[in-house]
Design a binder for this molecule. Structure first.
Ligand code: ADP
Length: 286
């Protein structure tokens, strides 16, 4: 069986700017793949090629066993796309927006209530979108992307700038879509988002994939685990950080805790951001 998405050696330039420089990746059905990287890394450009909005300069794209660009229209009928651009109709209600987009797909008389309930919009479904908060609009756009029961969902920064309640609702919807069997590709510059949501994470830097693995494996392979020990010393507080993978870590820890005035001991796991910096020499801030 083919993967939901198979991409090989994708390249794209805007004039002299090489935005995507040899990206290859496969995504399975039911898998959530996170593209993690700073602004300008090439995440959106890659997604735009995968959704048929941009034509690659080089490389091949196969989606659901079909090829781009030849079968773009057939592919687009079976995918859902949620990009940051605010293209919802302000003067229509949330429900009317969904109905409008459903008709574009030839879907009529669909019951949107389960969708609206899922994202917590059911009570406001008949209000005009112009009265919605940013989080509500984003949840509406997510719902819209799912109207055709897509086999693949493409989500650009799905929870960026959302209030915690909306962010949680959006994350829950993404997870349940993957459980239903949809492949999900999302972009983010937030390591927590990538960590919490993704089955695998691709680090994107300067148009290339710098690493691709599960968050757990990335941390095991590249991350430093450490223990942070704080104790009272003289009039102040002494803090020691001991790397667990160092030789002699056990002795160091024993010595550090065998003191009067021991205050706290914390184990610290490597974060995806630490590992990103280690592998690329840069952080995730723009
Ligand atoms: P990301 O999604 O990771 O923030 P993008 O794919 O948007 O990155 O951008 C990758 C590179 O391409 C950046 O250098 C960006 O400035 C450039 N770029 C993106 N869109 C355009 C455009 N429409 N015209 C010219 N350059 C662009």
């Amino acid at each position: 069986m083919h993967a939901a998405i198979e991409v090989k050696d994708l390249e794209f330039s805007y004039g002299d700017i090489k935005a995507v420089d040899g990206v290859s990746v496969e995504v399975a059905k039911g898998e959530i793949l996170g593209f993690l990287g700073p602004n300008g890394a090439g995440k959106s450009t890659t997604i735009k090629m995968l959704t048929g909005q941009l034509r690659p300069d080089a490389g091949s794209i196969s989606v659901l066993g079909m090829t781009m660009p030849e079968q773009t229209v057939d592919i687009q009928a079976r995918i859902g796309v949620c990009f940051e651009e605010k293209n919802v109709y302000e003067n229509m209600s949330g429900r009317e927006n969904l109905d409008f987009f459903a008709r574009l797909y030839g879907i009529k008389h669909k019951d949107f209530d389960p969708f609206l309930r899922n994202v917590g919009l059911i009570d406001r479904a008949d209000d005009r979108v112009s009265t919605y908060s940013k989080g509500m609009r984003q949840r509406l756009m997510m719902t819209r992307a799912m109207i055709n029961d897509p086999e693949i969902l493409f989500l650009d920064e799905p929870t960026d700038g959302l209030d915690p309640v909306s962010a949680r609702a959006v994350r829950a919807v993404i997870k349940s879509e993957a459980e239903r069997g949809a492949a999900v590709i999302l972009t983010t510059h937030d390591m927590n988002e990538a960590d919490q949501l993704s089955d695998r994470v691709a680090f994107i830097n300067e148009g290339r994939i710098a690493a691709l693995d599960t968050p757990e494996n990335l941390k095991l392979k590249h991350g430093q685990r450490s223990v942070r020990i704080r104790s009272r010393s003289g009039g102040g507080v002494e803090e020691q950080v001991i790397a667990l993978d160092d030789a002699g870590a056990g002795d160091q820890i024993r010595r550090a805790v065998d003191v009067e005035g021991l205050m706290t001991i914390h184990t610290e796991e490597a974060t995806l951001e630490n590992i990103f910096i280690e592998l690329t020499g840069r952080g995730l801030d723009a």
